[in-house]
Design a protein around this ligand. Structure first.
Ligand SMILES: [Zn+2]
Length: 126
């Protein structure tokens, strides 16, 4: 129930922003016909590449950019999505989002698992 109310509140917020010509995602002014600012559109494109099944992006991440470019590029090149990597490592997709988009560092055992699974030293282990 709480989840539904939250989704509804977000929809209403986006609608109000759209009417006021503000980015529906971050609230900054937008010009022309776009409903999102350039930075948010770019971010959503990058995010969607790693979350192909999620049509609506509702997660609020702390940063709006790719913080771990190395991991991001490897996933893109190997065509591995964030939910897939999360499943292989045994963590939530939200955790992997934090590694890629917020630059947070996984626990040592997960760093090892990522390196082993991807067969590249993504994370230093010391
Ligand atoms: Zn924006």
């Amino acid at each position: 129930m709480a989840k539904y109310d939250n989704a509804k509140a977000m929809r209403e917020l986006r609608k109000r922003r759209k009417e006021r010509k503000l980015c529906t995602r971050c609230g900054k002014p937008v010009f022309g016909e776009n409903v999102q600012c350039d930075a948010c559109r770019e971010y959503c494109k990058m995010y969607a590449l790693l979350h192909p099944k999620e049509k609506v992006i509702i997660r609020n991440l702390k940063s709006w950019e790719v913080k771990n470019k190395k991991l991001y590029d490897i996933l893109i090149n190997k065509r591995i999505t964030i939910p897939q990597l999360a499943q292989m490592i045994g963590v939530s997709a939200r955790s992997v989002d934090r590694w890629v988009f917020e630059g947070s560092l996984p626990k040592i055992e997960n760093r090892e698992k990522v390196n082993t699974y991807l067969n590249i030293e993504v994370f230093e282990l010391d």
